[in-house]
Design a binder for this molecule. Structure first.
Ligand SMILES: Nc1ncnc2c1ncn2[C@@H]1O[C@H](COP(=O)(O)OP(=O)(O)OP(=O)(O)O)[C@@H](O)[C@H]1O
Length: 252
């Protein structure tokens, strides 16, 4: 097995007397799609926040690509290739999908490119932008204004804006939240197409999507990972079934 791209060791996050992250350890192999599931309040958002750099742990260590990033804020983590989709704040609604993704590419590349040439005339920006727009399933909407996109398409745009920065690890926090069945089906297809090309950590409540997509699943309960395994191993794990007692989501 190759060295893990992400290695979390003995992570602890306390809120007063509550252990939101309880000595949690986790390793992600390059190219893996790893899902985190768990009941409400299990600590999924707190974990993602610590991986993205918005929440700092009380103790423990986060290594990314061989480097200790525990003390880094989100921006230097993103520069190292650790991308979180919702971090996109600079979507311009009156600009087209292509213009937004081109600007995200320009922001990622810094100022080395020709600032005084209109961005849509710079093939080094436009080509990767068109490629990731297609990967996100939005090729037919490239010239549509963002203000005209449906909710699901906007989430796809956010993903395109993350992918255009060539991330090594994608942190996806509930990418299907608020989507119709048809829209979430599209996101499942898209993530299936991205699988293997990117390392992905997916937190998602849609169990059909998780069990269809994940190579491995970790189950978080009261801040602790109680099981990690393939979808079949997780479905059959008695501790997991107990944690989800009375919940039909694992029987899908
Ligand atoms: N900023 C905070 N201050 C105090 N307690 C917090 C804070 N953030 C989270 N918590 C608590 O930490 C625990 C874990 O919350 P978290 O939001 O990480 O769970 P979750 O698994 O993402 O839940 P959900 O599935 O409902 O989104 C909960 O008991 C929550 O109330």
């Amino acid at each position: 097995m190759s060295a893990p791209l992400l290695k979390v060791s003995d992570l602890v996050k306390r809120y007063g007397g509550l252990l939101a992250t309880d000595h949690l350890s986790l390793a992600l192999q390059p190219g893996e799609l790893h899902a985190i599931i768990g009941p409400n309040g299990a600590g999924k958002s707190t974990l993602i926040g610590q991986l993205g750099g918005e929440v700092f742990p009380n103790s423990g260590r986060i290594e990314f690509d061989g480097e200790d990033i525990t003390a880094l804020t989100p921006a230097p983590r993103a520069l190292r290739g650790l991308a979180r989709s919702y971090q996109i704040t600079s979507v311009f609604p009156e600009f087209t999908v292509l213009e937004n993704v081109v600007l995200a590419r320009q922001a990622h590349c810094g100022h080395s490119l020709g600032c005084w040439t209109p961005v849509l005339q710079q093939p080094e920006l436009v080509e990767p932008a068109l490629r990731t727009i297609a990967q996100a399933g939005l090729a037919h909407r490239a010239n549509t204004r963002v203000s005209e996109l449906a909710h699901g398409e906007r989430r796809q745009l956010e993903l395109a804006m993350v992918l255009v920065a060539d991330p090594k690890l994608l942190l996806l926090d509930e990418p299907m939240a608020g989507m119709s069945h048809q829209e979430s089906g599209k996101v499942v297809d898209m993530l299936r197409a991205l699988k293997g090309r990117y390392t992905i950590l997916l937190v998602e409540h849609d169990m059909d999507a998780v069990f269809a997509l994940a190579d491995r699943i970790s189950v978080l309960v009261y801040g602790r990972i109680i099981a990690t395994g393939t979808p079949d191993e997780i479905r059959d794990n008695p501790d997991v079934r107990t944690a989800y007692l009375g919940d039909e989501t694992l029987d899908a």
